[in-house]
Design a protein around this ligand. Sequence first.
Ligand SMILES: Cc1cc2nc3c(=O)[nH]c(=O)nc-3n(C[C@H](O)[C@H](O)[C@H](O)COP(=O)(O)O)c2cc1C
Length: 313
Amino acid sequence: MPLDLSVQLAPKNKKGLRLANPVMTASGTFGYGMEYSQALDIQKLGAIICKGTTLEPREGNPQPRLVETAGGVINSIGLQNIGVKALIKEKAPVWAKWRVPVIVNIAGDTITEYAELAKKLDGVKGVSGLEVNISCPNVKAGGALFGANPDTAAAVTKAVRAATSLPVIVKLTPNTGDIAGVARAVAGAGADAVSLINSVKAMAIDISRRRPVFSNVTAGLSGPAVKPIAMALVYEVAGVVDIPVIGLGGIATAADALEFIMAGASAVQVGSATYRNPRAALDILEGIEWFMAKDGINKLAGIIGAARPAGKA
Ligand SMILES: Cc1cc2nc3c(=O)[nH]c(=O)nc-3n(C[C@H](O)[C@H](O)[C@H](O)COP(=O)(O)O)c2cc1C
């Protein structure tokens, strides 16, 4: 029997977000997709999530922006991107010809900015969904992350939901004491799915200069070092929401991806691993297929949440 790896990530949305398989690339680690088309057949991926996109183009933070650490990288890119206007003009027409769905990751400094981005992208050919990065500091609330608090997270989700009919994935930050509360709040505010985790707050110090390495002092840790943290949070969130959960954080092998799926994730994203191996996402997909064939599992649904207590999928 042929394997069925397909997954529906927006079952409550009219348009839906059906992926041929559960392996996506994570925002900020795969450009706009085209950059990698020489390294791998990108059309085989489940979905591509593009760079974080803002209303206006951004130059990002001063160097250094990326520092290796044990088991991962710390990044302080600062949302360098071409802005939504250029994205719609230059990138979306290319995506519209692709088989692989492209999801646009959006970020704003205010709720109005998020809503405006969602409105501009609504109905754009080549855009299959939005991923809302709520790990940005909420300027009006004094710099706390939108995603750190259930109320601000819900307010962003509600505004985006009202501005678009596209499937909406809300990307959760681990930098909160109440990720379950935030997940429940965004699900209640109309998110079609949640993805987690974004990078973990971290820092490094340059001992020769006796100064923090990054201009913003703290930055975001990703890579294998964060995987066990991400796993615990995905397991927790999958237990409190009834919308699809997308797991990410340190996935470098098919076994890593399968762990997230068994924890309750319907799909996974591959981020920093692409820096080491540009083919990482496809290698992971092939490994999942191999595992399913070996264990006689025909449908991905057969293993989603397999590690959860019975009856609590
Ligand atoms: C260089 C770099 C840039 C990133 N840019 C974004 C971004 O623009 N928007 C976003 O939501 N996440 C961004 N992320 C976070 C990743 O999408 C992902 O959530 C995080 O790296 C954890 O996954 P990983 O351990 O597989 O890399 C970025 C990560 C890295 C390493």
